[in-house]
Write a protein of this length. Sequence first.
Length: 340
Amino acid sequence: MNLFELTRALVDIESTTGHEKNVGDYLFAYLSALAARHNGKVERMPAEERRDNIFSWWGEPTVTLSTHMDTVPPFFPSREDGEFLWGRGSCDAKGIIAAMIAAAEKLLAAGTRNFGLLFVVGEERNSAGAKAAQQNPRASRFLINGEPTENHLALGSKGALRFEITARGKLAHSAYPELGHSAIHTLLDVLQDIRGIPLPADDLLGPCTLNIGTIDGGRAPNVVADLAEAEIMFRTVGDPTAIRAAVKAAVAGRAEAREVLHTPAVQLNSFAGLPTTIVAFTTDIPTFNGAWGQPYLIGPGSIHVAHTAEERISKKELSDAVEIYARMTTQLLATGGSTA
């Protein structure tokens, strides 16, 4: 199966976060055949019930190429034109999976060994797969992590700090609001104060930002709401202590704030011959926490179309990524590091 066919086959398997089993089964079968042809090994690495990472390797896996199998909703299937492959996950990150497999095939055909492929679950929500892999390292010294960076090597990525905000009220008939208390009104007031929190900036990573991602609450237009909830996420650029304290102060006596995710911002290494960038999104790299080796972050595709109805990946970038991954792996194996 060629690079574009494999990308489309992966895109056409629905694998929104929590539903990665079918794409994992497909990759296990595909990599089992590749391992059989080249004296390699493949295994399922349990992350959560019915959710497995897939790890395949040849020789001693000094270099590991890794990305994630899950996508954000909603699912939509692949299509193709002369320039792009389209569909959910085409750039984030099933095209990257296909490029890494194609790079592995290229390396194996040239007789190169001592590398592995690690495809994980859950990156789009809570890095469940990376957490499991972090607890089960395999002596890899270098991790090439794939995310859409337009084939530029990322020198840094922002962190993430996510809260669930819950406000509680008292039910009443909306004609007599004085007999109740609106949880929605309270939540709106709290969110307004959170929006006013001063946010830091970093010379390399840029400004910290806030997104109010979801709001839910109430029962009917004629009922004073007794419950309202929101999910918010800060894209952090450093120590989140001050932000945590400010959120706690904003909700004090009015609502509850539960921290559900923290992934720290990271600064990363350069690699000779590759153009560089800085990205505002978060990856699995901090969750791996060095357990799979010194990390590099690079992949084909634009993050600006990831998570959108226009998700697509350039065929040229996808093909170029195969060469980039193969070259990085070869150089890391030969020199024990970049020559930057």
